[in-house]
Design a protein around this ligand. Structure first.
Ligand SMILES: Cc1cc2nc3c(=O)[nH]c(=O)nc-3n(C[C@H](O)[C@H](O)[C@H](O)COP(=O)(O)O)c2cc1C
Length: 181
């Protein structure tokens, strides 16, 4: 691609001290030169899904941001053995409008355990026909133990796994672009 790759990153957590949001900040620092990684900031402003009403400005902006992205990076916690409601709500707003269909997408689930949310997200994104490439999903359990006190990922194996996951996403984006040429 002879322009920057545009990836939208979404943290499934609204918590001020979110480990998933911290992960995204770290990934932003590590992103290769040819990648622009922007963080979606509107999760808390989306109304509860209801397709009998006209989409609000916030919903249209969310859909447009996804549509314009070459790829999407989701970093999600697990809450109460399930996916976090705010992010699931945001994803529900894309079901009818199809922004995630064939969209290269990487999924990182970072939680204390996280296996249930990770499995659920894989099913959800499969239902939406998002393109999660081989190597493009990663479960990070015991996430709180992977950071140092500066909020940096200090666990080398975790950092490597994250870089590999992001690389799988970038490759999927490049392959899709080369097919379109
Ligand atoms: C309301 C709540 C529910 C949680 N439920 C689970 C759970 O079911 N499974 C799990 O592995 N961790 C659970 N945790 C722990 C989270 O995985 C952990 O706090 C993680 O850092 C949350 O991600 P965040 O910091 O990005 O919000 C829960 C945390 C909260 C605040």
């Amino acid at each position: 691609m002879n322009r920057k790759i545009n990836i939208v990153a979404v943290s499934g957590s609204l918590r001020a001290t979110s480990s998933n949001s911290l992960l995204i900040k770290e990934i932003q620092k590590w992103a290769p030169e040819n990648v622009e990684l922007t963080v979606y900031q509107g999760l808390a402003k989306l109304p509860a899904f209801d397709d009998s009403m006209e989409p609000s400005e916030s919903v249209s902006a969310w859909r447009n941001e996804l549509a314009a992205a070459d790829g999407v990076l989701i970093c999600s916690p697990e809450y109460a053995f399930g996916v976090p409601g705010a992010l699931k709500n945001a994803i529900d707003w894309t079901v009818g409008s199809s922004e995630l269909v064939n969209k290269p997408l990487a999924l990182i689930t970072a939680a204390s355990g996280g296996d249930k949310a990770h499995a659920a997200w894989l099913q959800i994104f499969s239902a939406l026909s998002a393109d999660i490439p081989t190597g493009g999903d990663l479960l990070i359990p015991f996430i709180r133990t992977k950071f140092n006190d500066k909020g940096e990922v200090s666990d080398i194996a975790t950092k490597e796994s994250i870089l590999n996951t992001v690389q799988a996403l970038i490759q999927a984006i490049e392959q899709k672009a080369s097919k379109a040429d």
